[in-house]
Design a protein around this ligand. Structure first.
Ligand SMILES: [Zn+2]
Ligand SMILES: [Zn+2]
Ligand SMILES: [Zn+2]
Length: 76
């Protein structure tokens, strides 16, 4: 099943994840509606086809030792 991968920054002190960019991981299956290998590009009516994406996966490409901007603003 396809899913989105969210690249972002993880803020250690507050535990928040700030998304920077989102990309799609293609599962390359012919029975997945979101794949570019999907067998029925237009008007898919197949019962066997997957019509849902899995939950997005957070991918921390950076780890920050400071709080995120939202948390920093709340303290003011
Ligand atoms: Zn897929
Ligand atoms: Zn299909
Ligand atoms: Zn935060």
């Amino acid at each position: 099943m396809c899913h989105n991968i969210v690249d972002g920054r993880y803020h250690t002190p507050c535990g928040h994840f700030v998304a920077m960019s989102t990309r799609t991981q293609d599962c390359l299956r012919a029975n997945c509606l979101f794949s570019r290998r999907h067998a029925h590009q237009f008007g898919c009516k197949s019962q066997g086809c997957i019509k849902m994406m899995s939950l997005p996966v957070k991918n921390p490409i950076r780890v920050s030792p400071t709080k995120c901007s939202t948390c920093r603003e709340q303290r003011r």
